[in-house]
Design a protein around this ligand. Structure first.
Ligand code: NAD
Length: 359
């Protein structure tokens, strides 16, 4: 239930969006927002998050930020997709089939301008239920004929991002013999760890789930440290693969690696942390550049065809995109995120110009 009016129209993110849909269906217990940031490159695509936001303003702030990030991620991945995202304002225990069906109806009403998928508190079973009631759902389980778990593809993209960072810094992209620290060995972190060990890297890992960390360390022959210590470990690459905002002034001051390249979304805590990374000369591969492998794979559900060789080629392309961004940022002495944003926005603007010219 909305408890205060949505944020003012002056909000820059609000104005940058093509369309924001308010979905309210009290009978079904549905309060949701669908944000279509930009469709210049193609239909907006991005997951649906269910979360007990304090109020509609907080939900709007989150959905606007997330949908813009999807525009940037999809553009940088070279996908013919725009950016969108949706949020359902609810507690996980209040998620019902009726609520999800009501949400699916709202997505259907957009007639393919927005495609939805899993996100926080919307799991595979929920995505299946959405798909039963709406054609515009991607990232479905393999059992349902969908693309299945994207984790290995996300990890592969990050692996190529790490190669690009190594190439840039050492003139050699081979991780063999190098030391990588991984924060969080969940679905993607574990896959990344596996791929790095296969390539001959040495690992130090951590996870707040101590049992999981111990099992992964034993399986892969990795060292293990506590969650509070991982960023301090002297290594060649630090890969954040857990939660966002772990790169802050405190962790940067103690950072043991010259490179940060991992899959966690929104790794940099704030503008001060961004400036500190630049000042310390830490090579940071923007998360939304190197974690696009899963999207490259999952989006095959949207296009209705799966060409593993093409997906692999595009995931390998993350090496080139990352390299281009690292070089341009160093030349201009600006953060890698500034360059990544500009590159994405230029691709979106070019697609928009073509579309306008074709009208
Ligand atoms: P996951 O939940 O499977 O794994 C996260 C792991 O991090 C868990 O094992 C958890 O115990 C651990 N963790 C949480 N807080 C921690 C902390 N403070 N220190 C150490 N470990 C901690 O999630 P995932 O699917 O592997 O995704 C990891 C990150 O990558 C998330 O930020 C996610 O948004 C992002 N991401 C994932 C994908 C994907 O394909 N799954 C795609 C793009 C981005």
């Amino acid at each position: 239930m909305f408890t205060r009016p949505i944020a003012p129209l002056a909000d820059a993110e609000f104005a940058a969006h093509e369309e924001i849909v308010v979905c309210y269906d009290p009978d079904a217990g549905l309060s949701a927002l669908i944000a279509v940031h930009d469709t210049s490159l193609g239909p907006a695509a991005g997951g649906c998050r269910l979360y007990p936001y304090a109020d509609a303003g907080a939900a709007l702030h989150d959905v606007l930020r997330l949908s813009r990030a999807m525009s940037l991620k999809n553009a940088l991945a070279g996908l013919p997709l725009g950016g969108g995202k949706s949020v359902i304002i609810a507690r996980p225990q209040d998620k019902t089939p009726q609520l999800l069906r009501a949400f699916a109806a709202r997505v259907t009403a957009l007639q393919g301008r927005y495609w939805t998928a899993e996100d926080i508190n919307i799991g595979p079973a929920d995505a299946d239920l959405l798909r039963d009631n709406c054609p515009y759902v991607f990232g479905l389980s393999a059992a349902r004929g969908g693309s299945g778990d994207p984790s290995a593809y996300t990890a592969a993209g990050c692996f190529h991002g790490i190669r690009a960072c190594l190439q840039y810094l050492h003139g050699n992209d081979d991780p063999a013999g190098l030391h990588v620290t991984i924060q969080g060995v969940g679905r993607v972190g574990y896959e990344l760890a596996r791929q790095l060990v296969q390539a001959g890297a040495r690992l130090t890992i951590t996870d707040v789930d101590a049992q999981r960390a111990a099992a992964v360390a034993a399986e892969l022959g990795a060292e293990r440290v506590g969650p509070a210590d991982i960023h301090r470990v002297a290594s060649d690459v630090f890969a954040p693969c857990a939660m966002g905002a772990t790169i802050n002034l405190h962790t940067i001051a103690e950072l043991g690696a010259p490179i940060i390249c991992g899959v966690a979304n929104n790794q940099i805590a704030d503008a001060a942390a961004r400036a500190a990374l630049l000042e310390r000369g830490v090579l940071y591969a923007p998360d939304y550049v190197v974690n696009a492998g899963g999207m490259l794979h999952a989006s095959t559900d949207i296009f209705g065809r799966r060409d593993p060789a093409e997906v692999d080629r595009r995931i390998r392309g993350i090496f080139d995109t990352t390299s281009e961004i690292l070089s341009a940022a160093a030349q201009r002495k600006v953060s890698t995120e500034v360059v990544a944003d500009e590159l994405a926005n230029a691709r979106i603007a070019a697609a928009r110009a073509t579309r306008v010219a074709g009208r």
